[in-house]
Design a protein around this ligand. Structure first.
Ligand code: CTP
Length: 412
C-alpha cells in the first residue's frame, strides 16, 4: 500500500534568510515534497550567499522567487501572488535580522514583504512559521528576544530553536530544528485542534516480565499504533503522556514519554497520573501473567532433562483499574483478537466497564504499518477501514473527541 502523504494538496512557501542553516533547508524541501506538498522557495539575498537558488529550484521543481522587482510576474506583484496561493509560509532559517525586520513591519525584500502581506485572518489565513537559527549570543540578546516576542504577539508561530552544537563551535540555544522536526511541526499545524486543552494518557507497546536476569515473557506488539495515537492526539492540540513498554520507536514531538518494562511498572506509572487526564487510551499489549518469582540468577539446566516448572501469577488489569477510579478519565480500551473481533470487543466493553473499545486482529497487525479498526460502544459499531496507522490514529482521535464532547454534555 502507498505510504501516507500528510501534506498532499498543500502548497507551502519555504523562505530562506541568511544563515549557515540554509543547508538544512534543502533537506526540508525534500521532506515536504515527499509528504506530497508543492513547495515555492523564496530566498533573501543573504540566503543566496549560503546555498544557491539552483539547488533550491532543482529540489522544489520551481524557479526560486528572489526579488519583488521580477518583471516576469504578469501583475508584477510577486509578494501578493505567492502569499495568496499558500497554505503556510515557513521561514527556515529565520535569521536575527529577518526577525527584526518582521518585528518592525519592514518590507525591503521580497520575503519580508510577502510575510507582511499575507492574509492573517479569514478563510484564506496563511500561518507564518519561523525557525530561528543563529549563534546563542545573538539568540539570547535582548533585542532578538524582544523582536521574537513581538512577532509571536503579531501571530507568527515559533518553531524552536533547539539547543546544541552550533556551526561556530559554541554550544547553546539557537540551532535550527532538524528538517524532519520542521516537517512534523508543519504537518501538525494543519491538523484540526479537536483535543485543544485536553490531557491524554496513552499506554503502548508490550510489557516484559522477567523470568531470570536473561529471560522473560513478552509479545510481538511493536507499539506503533500507540505511538501513532500519541502523535495524533498531540497534533490535535492535546498535552500527551505516553507510558511505553520496551519498544524501539522515536518519541513523537512534544509528547512526554515514560519508559517502563513490566506490567506492574506500567500500572504504577499510570494509576497515580490517570485522574489528572481527560482521556486514557490503553493500547499496550500488557502481559496477562508474570512469573510468580523472578530468579535472582540465570536458571541453569540441572541435567535431569526436565524443564523447570514456572509458576505464573496474574498481572493487574491497568485499564480496569483506571476505569474503577472515582474521577476516571474517558477510557478507551483496545482488543487485539485472533477471531470474532466484534464479540470480544463488546465483551471487554462490559467486563472492563469502559465507554469505548477499539477492536483489531492482533496477529495480522503486530509490527505492520497498516491496520483496520472496529469501534465498539453503547451506540453500536463503526469500522475504520484499512489504512496506515497514523491515518487511523487521526480518525480515532476525531472519534474520541466527538464522544468526549457528548460525554461532557451528559455529565451533571
Ligand atoms: N489491559 C490492561 N492491563 C492488562 C491487560 C489488558 O490495561 N493487564 C488493557 C489493554 O491495554 C487493552 C485492553 O485492556 O486496552 C484489552 O486487552 P486484552 O489483552 O485484549 O484483554 P484481556 O483483558 O487481557 O483479555 P484476554 O487476554 O482474555 O483477551
Amino acid at each position: 500500500m502507498s505510504t501516507l502523504q500528510s501534506l498532499a494538496g498543500r502548497h507551502i512557501v519555504v523562505g530562506l534568510s541568511g544563515g549557515i542553516a540554509c543547508f538544512k533547508s534543502a533537506e526540508l524541501v525534500r521532506e515536504l515534497t515527499r509528504e506530497g506538498a508543492t513547495v515555492q522557495v523564496v530566498m533573501t539575498e543573504a540566503a543566496t550567499q549560503f546555498i544557491t537558488p539552483v539547488t533550491m529550484q532543482a529540489l522544489s521543481g520551481r524557479p526560486v522567487a528572489l526579488s519583488q522587482w521580477d518583471a516576469r510576474e504578469p501583475n508584477n506583484m510577486a509578494h501578493i501572488n505567492l502569499g495568496r496561493g499558500a497554505d503556510a509560509i515557513v521561514v527556515a532559517p529565520a535569521s536575527a535580522d529577518f526577525i527584526a525586520q518582521l518585528a518592525q513591519g519592514r518590507a525591503s525584500e521580497l520575503l519580508a514583504l510577502l510575510c507582511l502581506a499575507r492574509p492573517r485572518t479569514g478563510e484564506h489565513a496563511c500561518p507564518l512559521l519561523l525557525a530561528p537559527a543563529m549563534n546563542r549570543e545573538m539568540w539570547s540578546h535582548p533585542a532578538t528576544q524582544r523582536n521574537t516576542t513581538q512577532v509571536v504577539a503579531d501571530g507568527a508561530v515559533l518553531l524552536g530553536p533547539a539547543a546544541g552544537e552550533q556551526a561556530c563551535g559554541e554550544v547553546g540555544d539557537g540551532r535550527m530544528l532538524e528538517p524532519e522536526e520542521l516537517r512534523d511541526e508543519l504537518i501538525a499545524c494543519f491538523q484540526p485542534k479537536v483535543l485543544a486543552g485536553r490531557k491524554v494518557l496513552v499506554t503502548a507497546g508490550p510489557t516484559f516480565e522477567s523470568i531470570d536476569p536473561v529471560r522473560g515473557i513478552t509479545n510481538h506488539s511493536s507499539g506503533k499504533m500507540g505511538f501513532a495515537i500519541a502523535r495524533a492526539a498531540q497534533e490535535a492540540g492535546a498535552q500527551v503522556t505516553l507510558v511505553a513498554g520496551p519498544v524501539h520507536l522515536a518519541t513523537p514531538r512534544h509528547v512526554q514519554r515514560i519508559d517502563v518494562r513490566s506490567a506492574q511498572q506500567m500500572h504504577d506509572a499510570v494509576l497515580p497520573r490517570a485522574a489528572a487526564h481527560d482521556v486514557f487510551i490503553a493500547t499496550a499489549a500488557v502481559a496477562d501473567w508474570r512469573p510468580a518469582a523472578e530468579a535472582g540468577q540465570k536458571i541453569k539446566k540441572d541435567g535431569s532433562g526436565q524443564p523447570p516448572w514456572l509458576a505464573l501469577t496474574e498481572n493487574p488489569d491497568i485499564l480496569a483499574a483506571v476505569a474503577r477510579l472515582p474521577d476516571r478519565p474517558y477510557c478507551v480500551g483496545f482488543a487485539a483478537e485472533s477471531e470474532d473481533v466484534a464479540r470480544h470487543a463488546r465483551e471487554k466493553l462490559t467486563r472492563k466497564n469502559v465507554p469505548l473499545v477499539v477492536g483489531n486482529l492482533g496477529p495480522a497487525t503486530f509490527g505492520r504499518d497498516d491496520n483496520k479498526l472496529l469501534l465498539v460502544d453503547a451506540d453500536g459499531e463503526r469500522e475504520l477501514a484499512t489504512a496506515d496507522k497514523l491515518t487511523l490514529a487521526r480518525e480515532l482521535v476525531r472519534e474520541i473527541a466527538q464522544r468526549l464532547h457528548r460525554h461532557g454534555a451528559e455529565q451533571p
